[in-house]
Design a protein. Structure first.
Length: 422
């Protein structure tokens, strides 16, 4: 064998090695991406739209700052799941007792039901854009979500959820179609009007929306169900970082899209429903852009969030009660877990059909999520310091930075909750 042949063989072997590493990386990817796509749910998109309408490009910088914040918090969740091999509810039960575990999980489930209603309302709103009755859209979505959950394969559920969630990325070209002003965007990045109460309220809403209680329960349980171990931790962190960037890219796209359109000509226009946002965009994006692109983006966000929220609630209750709670189990082996998952969707759909005021319920859900943040993040930090072996805990300045960021999120969450109640 001459030198040239050896070189060719070496290059081929190197390519195969890189391909194997890439496939291994893809095999680990999933929990971080899906939970972050779910984070940009119907409520978050509406919050971003209202932010762009009222405060324009000055709301872009906070979205950029939230990228490392959401990553730092969720990274703790990943570490707890990978190192301990237990879900969030299980660890609270183990280290703080059944009472605290039940308080945490019960409020989580109530929050999950409220969030499910918000997601179903988003799906119904997309259907109405095309003249389809909510009776059909919500019913079909409920059946599909239940059927997907009962397949007995977490990876299958995750892949389909991510595929649907990626429709959110359609909002990025929609933002480009809105022809935002580069000069105005740069000026907005340097403008932080913290002296205005309405700006601070929307800022608190965006901060409170970036960390949801169900995100922590979901991702920790997901890495356990995926049977990830210490050797997977590095890639699991990359997965979470990619997801953190994706979710905020979508939020930034919505802020820019609305700031360049509705916010430029009618900043006082209310944007609390899918229909209002779509109608506000029509003069700028046209019927196709406003309905199809925005509608598909909202549909993907609502579908993946409904999937993740319901699973988080079912996992949490399963962890506290001790029943088998794995998405890899068949129905006959985990009837309790799948019953909770199914009932969550049916309950959310019934609330939508009941004629209850969905706007008020969405606000009540935001209040609950905001007021739960101190409890959820408090437990997360306590578990990080107590449940993990010393070598896997945060150290030095990094620990103080994460704790300070968590404190800020708790304060903003409480502020938003109190403002919404008032």
């Amino acid at each position: 064998m001459n030198h040239t042949e050896s070189l060719v063989i070496s290059q081929v072997a190197s390519k195969h090695s890189r391909a194997r590493r890439f496939l291994r990386m893809l095999a680990i990817f999933g929990p971080g991406v899906i939970v972050m796509l779910a984070n940009t749910d119907a409520g978050c998109i509406i919050t971003a739209a209202q932010s762009g309408a009222e405060w324009g490009y000055s709301m872009v910088l906070p979205q950029l700052v939230l990228i490392p914040i959401v990553y730092l918090v969720q990274e703790i969740t990943v570490r707890l799941g990978v190192i301990t091999g237990q879900g969030h509810g299980e660890l609270i039960h183990k280290h703080f007792g059944r009472g605290w575990a039940w308080i945490s999980v019960s409020t989580l489930f109530l929050s999950a039901i409220g969030a499910l209603v918000t997601e179903f309302a988003g799906i119904a709103g997309v259907g109405e854009l095309f003249g389809i009755s909510p009776d059909y859209t919500v019913s079909v979505a409920t059946i599909l979500l239940i059927a997907l959950g009962l397949t007995g394969s977490y990876k299958r559920v995750e892949r389909i959820g991510i595929a649907m969630g990626l429709f959110e990325l359609l909002l990025v070209p929609a933002a480009i179609m809105a022809h935002p002003s580069g000069h105005s965007l740069l000026r907005g990045l340097a403008t932080i009007p913290i002296g205005h109460s309405s700006y601070m309220f929307l800022l608190a809403a965006n901060v409170g929306a970036v960390i949801m209680p169900w995100m922590i329960f979901y991702q920790q349980s997901a890495v356990v169900d995926r049977r990830m171990t210490k050797k997977h931790l590095k890639l699991a962190r990359v997965d979470t970082l990619v997801g953190s960037i994706l979710t905020q890219v979508v939020m930034i796209a919505v802020v820019i899209m609305i700031a360049a359109t509705v916010g430029r000509v009618n900043p006082s226009q209310p944007l609390s429903t899918v229909t209002q946002i779509s109608h506000g965009l029509m003069p700028f994006l046209g019927p196709v852009g406003a309905k199809l692109i925005f509608g598909m983006g909202m549909l993907g966000a609502s579908f993946v969030a409904a999937l993740v929220v319901s699973l988080a609630g079912a996992w949490g209750i399963g962890e506290v009660t001790g029943i088998r709670h794995s998405m890899n189990a068949k129905w006959r082996d985990a009837k309790g877990f799948y019953t909770i998952y199914t009932c969550a969707h049916i309950g959310g759909a019934i609330l939508v059909f009941s004629g209850i005021n969905l706007i008020n319920l969405a606000v009540d859900t935001e209040v609950m999520n905001s007021l739960l943040l101190p409890i959820v993040l408090g437990f997360l930090l306590l578990l990080e310091a107590k449940a993990l072996p010393k070598e896997w805990r945060m150290q030095g300045i990094y620990k103080h930075i994460v704790r300070a960021i968590s404190l800020v999120i708790m304060v903003f969450g409480l502020y938003m909750g109190i403002q919404l109640i008032a």
